[in-house]
Design a protein around this ligand. Structure first.
Ligand code: SF4
Length: 290
């Protein structure tokens, strides 16, 4: 699906995790509550008139901790907009009725298995809670979920192989580096991630983001000629005072000097601010927003 506009909102800054790399406000700053996020969304809809060609990203903090979470989903579903929810998934089993709806995509993140995941989230047993939530989703609804592996070092990679086998009914796995400020580390790690990509491609749809494509093993072929590019024309960030700001994520990203002349630049997914992922499935490859 090509989208005209993407609307992004942190509906709360509260979170039940304390992730060590968190780029949101909740871990390093004082917890902030967003007053009446539903009213803000209604106001924005009145002005912008959401349509089936638009995408709304519900994020936080952890969005499921917001008392307005269900009402927000219900309201957005009354409009025609498509919805993506970024969640740590710990309490997702409370929202199973929404996982049936293919207009909502759930992006659920892992950092590894058991203690390693819990070390990153700062919360004991968070791995098991997220895994149990995923297992509670009916198999027929699992195509509405993208399991995201957040990668900071090569030690996680073996664990992710094991986790992908445990989640074999989830056909889409999204790999994203969390080294946001260090391009040389991202370039180095890309080589190790290539091994995982090749393994996952045998069984899964693979999505890649925040990963410099030039770091991938040359045996991973990106067929530029037969690629489908899906772009969003406009990105809007909605803040807690109902201001809607238009964002140019590419301009705000620190590209390398060699990126200017790189033939992959237009599809490169090395930009953690942008909700863009390269999707590879068998012989099909596409650039998608989510
Ligand atoms: S645009 Fe090209 S050179 Fe720059 S990070 Fe992406 S693949 Fe590498």
């Amino acid at each position: 699906m090509d989208y005209n506009r993407l609307f992004y909102m942190n509906i709360t800054y509260e979170c039940n995790n304390r992730c060590i790399f968190c780029i949101s406000h909740n871990t390093k700053n004082r917890t902030r509550h967003v007053e009446n996020p539903l009213e803000i969304i209604k106001e924005v809809n009145n002005e912008y008139k959401f349509s089936e060609r638009d995408l709304f990203i519900v994020n936080g903090g952890e969005p499921t901790t917001s008392p307005d979470f269900k009402n927000i989903l219900d309201y957005l579903l009354e409009t025609e907009i498509n919805i993506v929810v970024y969640t740590n998934g710990r309490t997702l089993s409370k929202y199973l009725e929404y996982t049936k709806n293919s207009r909502i995509r759930w992006i659920i993140a892992f950092y590894g298995l058991n203690e390693l995941h819990d070390k990153y989230t700062g919360r004991k047993a968070s791995f098991l809670e997220t895994l149990n939530s995923l297992q509670s989703i009916a198999v027929k609804n699992r195509s509405n979920v993208s399991v995201k592996f957040l990668i900071e070092n090569k030690e996680q990679i073996e664990q992710f192989k094991e986790l992908s086998e445990m989640l074999s009914d989830y056909n889409e796995i999204h790999l994203s580096l969390i080294l946001n400020d260090n391009i040389s580390n991202r370039l180095e790690l890309g080589k190790y991630v290539s091994v995982l990509i090749k393994e996952l491609l045998k069984t899964h749809i693979v999505k890649l983001s925040n990963l410099p494509l030039c770091s991938l093993d040359s045996t991973i072929k990106i067929d530029l000629e037969n690629m489908t590019v899906k772009n969003i024309s406009e990105y809007f960030f909605i803040d807690e005072k109902a201001n809607v700001k238009r964002i140019d994520y590419d301009r705000n990203h620190k590209w390398l000097s060699q990126c200017d002349s790189c033939k992959l630049h237009n599809i490169c997914c090395d930009n953690y601010r942008k909700y863009r992922a390269l999707k590879i499935y068998k012989d099909e490859i596409s650039l998608e927003e989510e």
